[in-house]
Design a protein around this ligand. Sequence first.
Ligand SMILES: Nc1ncnc2c1ncn2[C@@H]1O[C@H](COP(=O)(O)OP(=O)(O)OP(=O)(O)O)[C@@H](O)[C@H]1O
Ligand SMILES: [Mg+2]
Length: 397
Amino acid sequence: MRTILFTGKGGVGKTTLAAATALQAARMGHSTLVISTDIAHSLADSLGTPLDNEPRPVGAHGLHAAELDSAQELERYWGDIRRRIANVLRAEGLDATVASELAVLPGLDEVLALVRIKRYYDEGEYDVLIIDSAPTGAAMRLLAAPDLSRWYTRNLLGFSRGLARAVLPSLRRLVKVPIGEAVIQERLSELFEQIEALRAILTDGEQTSVRLVMNPDTMSLNETQRAYTYMNLFGLAVDALFVNRVIPPEVQDPFFANWKADQAENRQQVRQIFSPLPVFEVPLMSAEVVGLEALGRLGDDLYGDRDPVQRLSREEPLRFYVEGDRHMLSLRVAGVSGQSAELEKHGDELSIRLGNSRRTVPLPQYLAGLQPVWAQVRGDSLIVAFEEPPPDETPES
Ligand SMILES: Nc1ncnc2c1ncn2[C@@H]1O[C@H](COP(=O)(O)OP(=O)(O)OP(=O)(O)O)[C@@H](O)[C@H]1O
Ligand SMILES: [Mg+2]
């Protein structure tokens, strides 16, 4: 089974592109399921048909769709644990609703939404699973955590911070007391097992592709670069970018002249930054893109004869890895051989000057604390090595 995750900033067109891709996949004969994991669902509106938690057929091509009910999933996997934890908190004198809220980990509902992928993977009913609105940071961090039980304990202890200091002592006790109980322990290890398996699926580029959706504006571009950094870090393979709402050339109204100029600049940047990943540009349409007919047209325009289910690219224009005890970054740069790079790090951004061009790369948090020590152009890539900054050498007086 292939899994394709569509992700991007709010409102950029994730649902529309996920739905159009799913419809195109179904029309090409793939047994396809599209699900939305967003709480504010709009997949049903996009497809123009009511949906619920379980997949149902949509249209004439065997497409199936569902809107995931995260409350239901949460209840299924976490319901009894939540009640036990809430009971302990209530016994500590906490308000019932607060106790119940506290008994859920942040990001857990999103992770449970992803655990669905695992379920469909095991059931083997679909050739491709298309996910609208991929997880945000909390879920990705949970998935990427190398030691889940440690993550769990730390977060269970940490998430109440700022909510109510008085709660913390009870939480500490809580982690010692009911987590030791056999049932909870069992459910937890079950869940961790699922998450482990899920991680293996998500981080295998042959099985899972991420498609980033953006609009050609500066904010969206920045956010997409950051999302791309994190996808890399978590080991997810981005195989294409979708730049949606490009004002078409036939729009000549002077009102849009500045918009068009800005979009042209941003589209150019996208190509420079993400090359050689395929970039799909989607024009701004004269009306909302809703219903099977409009989505079908969009799917055709986008993919043509191309199979939307296949991995669209294996290129990695940005890569983080470890070499010896150094953290490395490899960045694809075209036509710069023989040039030397100047690096400057500002907070969590690395600014690179190569000849006449300048690039800014958002760094993951663990690199933001390190210093770039050298940079080298190797082939068509710029390699940067990071090290711990030297300890403060001011002699003690
Ligand atoms: N290229 C386009 N031309 C015209 N309308 C579009 C285009 N792309 C999307 N839309 C419309 O914009 C609206 C928002 O799109 P969509 O719901 O796909 O965004 P989203 O990223 O899923 O948003 P959210 O973050 O709220 O889930 C919808 O009404 C959709 O039909
Ligand atoms: Mg949406």
